[in-house]
Design a protein around this ligand. Structure first.
Ligand code: GLN
Length: 236
């Protein structure tokens, strides 16, 4: 019997890949393969066609300059990405990618980078970056650890749910103790790290969403070494 194939759309891997964000794609791929799914990673570069609806979308972080490089291509595909994410495609967007799934990112030079608009957020750069280790807690994911480095201050519009509450770190804007967004089957977050190797429960949430099953229905994997690493990180 042929194995079911899961497709991961990796948006702009060469322009948007800060702090090894690519590791997140590798984690999704491995955790699917260990559960006997075949995985196809589709790298989308500026100028490529974007027609086939994927099972998972990944959009990494990038400097303002990287965001500028992919902007016109992103705007070309905005409607399609908007509809897929609104329709429940499992999605992880980090930092610069997170900002660009919102309405706009206003850079330090005052330029407005128009985003996909599927996340009801706006972001404005401010002097003074939010940099450092982050610890979040949420009902959905328990403790989440990561690392942030951004000039952007992001504000969730009313009714939007955050990815987690900030225990340590800056989060969306350094003020309201909220970090990221959780919207349908999509997560937007400032956490690099990369996020998924340190937080396999988040990877499995995305995988369960992509497969259309509950987390409990997934084959359980041993995360012994990750658990040890997380215990050290959270005790720091
Ligand atoms: N350029 C954005 C900012 O500084 C995103 C940075 C990133 O992706 N690390 O806010």
């Amino acid at each position: 019997m042929s194995r079911s194939k899961i497709s991961i759309l990796y948006l702009y891997p060469y322009e948007m890949n800060t702090y090894g964000d690519w590791g997140n794609v590798l984690v999704l791929q491995k955790r699917l393969e260990w559960r006997d799914y075949a995985v196809e990673v589709i790298e989308h570069r500026p100028g490529d066609k974007l027609t086939k609806r994927p099972d998972i979308i990944f959009f990494g972080g990038g400097q303002d300059s990287g965001q500028g490089l992919i902007l016109s291509d992103l705007n070309k595909h905005a409607r399609r990405l908007h509809d897929w994410i609104n329709d429940g495609v499992a999605t992880l967007a980090i930092c610069g990618g997170y900002q660009l799934l919102g309405h706009e990112f206003i850079t330090a030079t005052g330029e407005s980078l128009e985003g996909v608009g599927v996340f009801d957020i706006t972001t404005r750069a401010e002097s003074g970056r939010l940099i450092g280790n982050v610890v979040l807690t949420s009902d959905e994911f328990g403790t989440v650890v990561g690392f942030e480095n951004h000039s952007g201050r992001t504000y969730l519009q009313s009714g939007m749910k955050s990815f987690g509450g900030v225990e340590k770190g800056g989060g969306n804007n350094g003020e309201d103790k909220k970090e990221g967004i959780l919207y349908k089957s999509a997560i937007g977050t400032y956490l690099h790290g990369p996020l998924l190797p340190k937080n396999p429960q988040v990877a499995d949430w995305l995988i369960a969403r992509a497969l259309g099953v509950s987390n409990k229905e997934l084959v359980q994997l041993s995360d012994r070494f990750v658990d040890q690493a997380r215990a050290v990180i959270t005790a720091r």
